[in-house]
Unconditional design. Structure first.
Length: 286
């Protein structure tokens, strides 16, 4: 079974283009399990400085399997009330403070991809929305410049005020254009966890950019997303788990042997990439 990867094109073997190893109690064991089940490629996403050190330690041991994405998540410029309680101490007071925190730990030799970065207004209430968006746009432009300077792919996180708000995708495309990024020829851009509709997907595909799909596409509420997947070219479709979040709603028939032995049963696992890839193939061939 072939898998498309952001950094290596197509590979033979299981590949996960987006997960968060720092959020596991034992991330080294997760990677070992992934390799034992045929895994060949992981893109580990560090969304804050503390997570980058975890990524560094994992990559040191699994340098031929683990690749690293790093960027400070846009939610850390939200008001504290819009975050989960355990995340509220990570809020930055200003774009400048966030940028400084990033630059203090950023290592272009370690980091393969800039991201996940972008725009996120989920749970942000009036009258804070415009202020938050302005800060996030400033930081987004900063990360685009970093990706340009170091010739790195850019991974985007875009989430509107609710599940049906995809205005931030359009705004991100406008900002990219303002900074000279029109198509894949200008920069490799990856829209992580795409959940939008077909018309918007076509605009992104026409620019040559990548779309990432995960367990959300298997949910009963995602019929529109399944139609999008059918029409996205394989060459621009990236399978991701976003583990330990978003466990797919798929049966055991989609899984390679042993997945049910995973000790942290309540969490998603990168091996689910295999099941997602199989499911997406069925959608496209169906």
């Amino acid at each position: 079974m072939q898998f498309n990867t952001l950094l290596k094109g197509f590979v033979s073997g299981v590949a996960d283009n987006h997960l968060h190893l720092a959020l596991y109690q034992d991330p080294l064991t997760v990677v070992e399990e992934f390799i034992n089940w045929g895994g060949v490629y992981l893109l580990d996403v560090a969304v804050k400085p503390a997570h980058l050190q975890v990524s560094k330690n994992i990559k040191r041991k699994f340098k031929d399997v683990v690749y690293v994405a790093f960027g400070i998540h846009p939610e850390y410029l939200k008001p504290a009330y819009a975050l989960a309680p355990e995340e509220r101490n990570d809020v930055f007071k200003s774009p400048a403070q966030l940028q400084q925190a990033f630059l203090q730990v950023f290592d272009p030799k370690l980091v393969d991809v800039i991201g996940e970065v972008g725009l996120d207004l989920y749970r942000v209430q009036q009258p804070n929305k415009q202020e938050v968006l302005s800060k996030q746009e400033e930081v987004f432009a900063f990360f685009i410049k970093i990706a340009q300077e170091y010739n790195k792919p850019l991974m985007l996180h875009l989430r509107g005020v609710d599940r049906n708000d995809f205005s931030l995708h359009t705004r991100a495309l406008e900002i990219l254009k303002d900074m000279g990024v029109y198509t894949i020829d200008d920069m490799v851009v990856y829209f992580h966890s795409y959940t939008g509709y077909l018309e918007l997907a076509k605009k992104i595909i026409d620019k040559g950019f990548y779309l990432g799909f995960n367990g959300i596409a298997t949910y009963s509420s995602a019929a529109h997303l399944q139609e999008v997947i059918k029409l996205v070219p394989w060459s621009q479709l990236l399978v991701e788990t976003d583990a330990p979040f978003l466990t797919p709603n798929l049966g055991v028939e989609y899984t390679p042997g042993g997945i049910w032995q995973y000790k942290e049963q309540s969490k998603n696992h990168p091996i689910w990439t295999y099941a997602l890839n199989k499911y997406f193939m069925e959608l496209k061939n169906g």
